[in-house]
Design a binder for this molecule. Structure first.
Ligand SMILES: [Zn+2]
Length: 284
C-alpha cells in the first residue's frame, strides 16, 4: 500500500493533525483525527441547499427523515422534555434554535422563552412561521445572527454534524450569547461502543448528509478553544417515532422504505448510547 499523508486541519484540535482513513461510504472517504477522534467526511461539491428539501423530510432520501410531519405529536412530547432539561440551566430569556426544521421544538420552548429559529429549508421554515414562531430562512451565518442579536440559549439538535464549518459556527454562537448563556448540542458520539462496533454501518454514518462525527473529546477541545465551559455531557434516552426506527432498520438491512402513518404516531423509548447531549456555558 502506498503511504499517503493524511494530515488535515482539525476544527476541534484547531491545528493540523494526522488522520486515519476509516472507510469509504456513499462515495465519501471518512477520516478520523488521531488526536481527538473527530471523524470527517471528505467530499467535493456537496450542495446543502439542493439536499435539504421537502423530499428530505418526507423520506425521499435514504438517510433523511421518514414522515417528519406525521410524527409531530411524538416529536412534540420529546421536545417538551428537552425544554424542561434546558430550564434546569436557564429558566427563561431569549432562545435561538439553529436548524429548527418545522419549528416543533420552538413551539414547545415558546411557553418559557422568547424564541427564534434559523432554517435552511424554505418549506420547513414557512411551516414554522405559519405555526406562529419567528423563523428566519437561511444559513446560521454572521449576517443572519446579527439580525437576531444576543440571546441566552442557543440550541443545535442534530445539526452540528451537518455544518460545513462547525468551529466557525460555534464561535459565532459564542459571540451572540449573553454572558452566562448556554449552548445545548445533541449529536452522535463516534467514540461510543455502538459506533465503534458498527463502523461504516453505524445508523448515523450517512455522508455526505453528515459531514462530521464528533466524540466527547473533540467536543470538549472545540468548546474549550472557544472559551466555552462544558457543564454537562450525557447520552439521554429519547422517545422516537416507531416509523423512524423502522426506517433506519430497513436502511441498515438494505430494504426499501415503506411508510406507515400509524408508526409515525407511536413513540418508542430508545437508547443505543451512541448520541450525546452537551451543555456549554459562556462565562458570566
Ligand atoms: Zn482533532
Amino acid at each position: 500500500m502506498p503511504v499517503v499523508s493524511l494530515s488535515r486541519p482539525c476544527p476541534a484540535c484547531a491545528r493540523t493533525t494526522e488522520h486515519r482513513h476509516r472507510f469509504r461510504i456513499n462515495g465519501c472517504d471518512i477520516l478520523q483525527c488521531g488526536q481527538c477522534g473527530l471523524g470527517r467526511t471528505e467530499t467535493a461539491g456537496f450542495d446543502p441547499a439542493a439536499y435539504y428539501t421537502e423530499d428530505y423530510f418526507s423520506g425521499g432520501h435514504a438517510d433523511g427523515y421518514s414522515d417528519y410531519l406525521g410524527a409531530e405529536p411524538v416529536l412534540r412530547r420529546e421536545f417538551a422534555r428537552s425544554v424542561e432539561f434546558i430550564r434546569g440551566y436557564r429558566k427563561g430569556g431569549k432562545l435561538l434554535e439553529l436548524g429548527c426544521a418545522y419549528g416543533f421544538f420552538l413551539q414547545e420552548a415558546a411557553r418559557h422563552f422568547d424564541v427564534t429559529g434559523i432554517e435552511l429549508s424554505a418549506e420547513a421554515a414557512d411551516h414554522g412561521r405559519r405555526a406562529g414562531v419567528n423563523v428566519l430562512t437561511g444559513m446560521a451565518d454572521a449576517a443572519t445572527l446579527r439580525q437576531i442579536g444576543h440571546v441566552d440559549v442557543i440550541v443545535l439538535f442534530d445539526v452540528a454534524e451537518h455544518l460545513p464549518e462547525p468551529r466557525e459556527t460555534l464561535a459565532l454562537c459564542q459571540e451572540h450569547l449573553n454572558p452566562g448563556g448556554i449552548i445545548v448540542i445533541t449529536t452522535g458520539d463516534f467514540g461510543s461502543a455502538v459506533a465503534r462496533l458498527a463502523g461504516a454501518r453505524w445508523r448515523l454514518m450517512t455522508p455526505p448528509q453528515h459531514l462530521w462525527f464528533f466524540t466527547v473529546d473533540s467536543m470538549r477541545r472545540m468548546s474549550a478553544g472557544l472559551g466555552l465551559t462544558v457543564e454537562h455531557v450525557d447520552h439521554p434516552w429519547k422517545i422516537v417515532p416507531a416509523s423512524l426506527i423502522a426506517f433506519q432498520l430497513r436502511r441498515m438491512l438494505g430494504l426499501r422504505a415503506a411508510g406507515s402513518a400509524r408508526a409515525s404516531r407511536i413513540g418508542v423509548p430508545v437508547n443505543l448510547f451512541d448520541a450525546m447531549r452537551i451543555v456549554l456555558r459562556k462565562a458570566p
